[in-house]
Ligand binder design. Structure first.
Ligand SMILES: [Zn+2]
Length: 471
């Protein structure tokens, strides 16, 4: 619920008119009431909804009905109201622009395939990761598991569209690559077959554009689409994306330099204050150099402020301007960590809901470089003031953190470093230079930028479909 709506409902409360004609926002997970007229409009199709529309009240609210059914009706009414933008042009070389559901009217597509829900059938108990499922021979019926009810509105819509796609004859196979390798029934073979995960990608890309959803939901939709293209197809989709170095300088400017093409640097934005910026998925967390200013999180287009800024920025903001001077390196990649007084603060353990700290005893932590591990995945290392690199590991079972020195070193003048592959690193030096560094030969290979006033540098892969000013 946005602020103006809150003010409006407060005014209505004062006048004692709260339950008359208030509009309900079905995209808002915190919405408390559903309009009976809206339920009546769909209850000849979803006959189960008549249990809630068969009343003389104008609204049914949480508390009037089972909370899970409340979520089912709310998310169904949200799907009905979804204004699909359809702004993306199909690009034959970018599978992120595939549209397995060709029609703009998703509601008709959905209602032609779904007409009833089963809440938490016993088969949900077998696998806590299952959100929903259907039996292909039981057309019309969507089975919803506990996780569905906790999801944000955008994810619920994506799940509903994914499920009904199964009624068109699409089923899953065992994953043969990615994070879920070996998981039965958790992947599709190819995105171009247009199965349920192709619909998930289409839905998440589209939902990231829909302004009926709040910013956090849209960002989540974007990251879900990126996760799916990388992990839900046994044959990796062809997508258009560019690896960038995003860098900020002492004039409070942000620039981005395409990997390997520093001459094509683009100006991104001017910040209010000179700051270090850290990419994390689809957003940046910004720490102003002036410690009297709070850290904040913003969209990758530097246009929309996020309300949730993450645990590290929260920890930093909770300290006063003097205490903030004790902070050092920060990383949002790999394990991720924030350094204060030479202690690493991070998340480790199966119940990783609160931060743990680790005292580093092998010199002063100078940087938290993110390099590739042997499997090509991002891994965060610790660099001390001599340039020695340490692996930083978490044993999730015990919640124990440990370090181990590696054979690699970086120049002692490194302030920040990261790598796009096993060989090529980008190093930001103490002097504010951006240089290319070869991790195999342990030597500089050239200057990336002739400027010498850089404060921070951060890698970010930007997918073409998400390289827009909407977020
Ligand atoms: Zn499925």
């Amino acid at each position: 619920m946005n602020i103006s709506l809150m003010k409006l409902s407060l005014a209505c409360l004062l006048l004692g008119l709260v339950s008359t004609t208030q509009a309900a926002n079905y995209f808002d997970k915190a919405e408390n009431c559903l309009n009976v007229a809206d339920i009546k409009a769909v209850d000849s199709h979803f006959e189960q909804f008549q249990n809630f529309s068969n009343t003389s009240k104008t609204q049914v609210c949480r508390g009037d009905m089972d909370e899970k059914w409340f979520e089912v009706v709310r998310s169904t009414l949200a799907l009905q109201r979804l204004n699909v933008t359809d702004v993306l042009q199909r690009d034959a070389n970018d599978d992120m622009t595939l549209r397995p559901i060709g029609q703009k009217d998703w509601w008709t597509y959905y209602t032609q395939r779904a007409n009833q829900y089963v809440i938490e059938p016993s088969r949900c108990n077998g696998n806590p990761n299952v959100v929903a499922f259907v039996y292909p021979f039981f057309r019309g019926s969507i089975n919803l598991c506990p996780r569905f009810f906790e999801m944000d509105s955008a994810s619920q819509i994506e799940v509903l569209m994914h499920e009904v796609r199964h009624f068109d004859g699409h089923s899953h196979v065992t994953c043969t690559q990615g994070n879920e390798e070996g998981n039965a029934g958790a992947c599709d073979r190819q995105i171009k077959q247009g199965g349920s995960y192709a619909v998930s990608v289409q839905a998440n890309v589209e939902l990231s554009y829909v302004d009926q959803l709040n910013f956090a939901d849209r960002v989540l939709a974007e990251s879900s689409a990126i996760y799916s293209v990388n992990n839900k197809f046994n044959s990796l989709p062809t997508v258009k994306a560019t690896d960038y170095v995003y860098a900020s300088n002492d004039k409070a400017e942000v620039w981005r330099l395409p990997k390997g093409k520093p001459s094509q640097a683009e100006f991104v934005t001017a910040l209010d204050d000179a700051a270090a910026i850290y990419g994390n998925g689809s957003q940046f967390t910004v720490y102003p150099v002036d410690t009297t200013k709070d850290a904040y999180r913003i969209s990758k287009g530097f246009k929309t402020l996020a309300t949730a800024i993450g645990a590290y920025a929260n920890m930093y903001n909770a300290d006063n301007a003097t205490e903030r001077k004790a902070y050092g390196a920060i990383s949002y990649y790999g394990m991720g960590s924030i350094v204060k007084d030479n202690n690493l603060h991070t998340f480790c353990g199966t119940q990783a809901t609160s931060m743990t700290s680790f005292a580093f005893n092998s010199g002063n932590i100078k940087a938290l470089p993110v390099l590739k591990d042997s499997e090509g995945a991002d891994k965060m290392f610790i660099m001390n003031d001599a340039g020695d690199l340490y692996e930083f590991n978490c044993n999730d079972n015990s919640g124990r953190l440990s370090t181990a020195q590696t054979r690699s070193v970086l120049p002692a003048e490194t302030a920040t470093a990261f790598a796009f592959n096993a060989n090529d690193a980008v190093v930001l030096t103490d002097a504010g230079e951006l240089k290319a560094y070869n991790l195999k030969t342990n030597s500089y290979e050239g200057i990336i930028s002739g400027e010498t006033n850089w404060i921070s540098a951060s890698p970010l892969k930007v997918y073409n479909v998400f390289d827009n000013d909407l977020k």
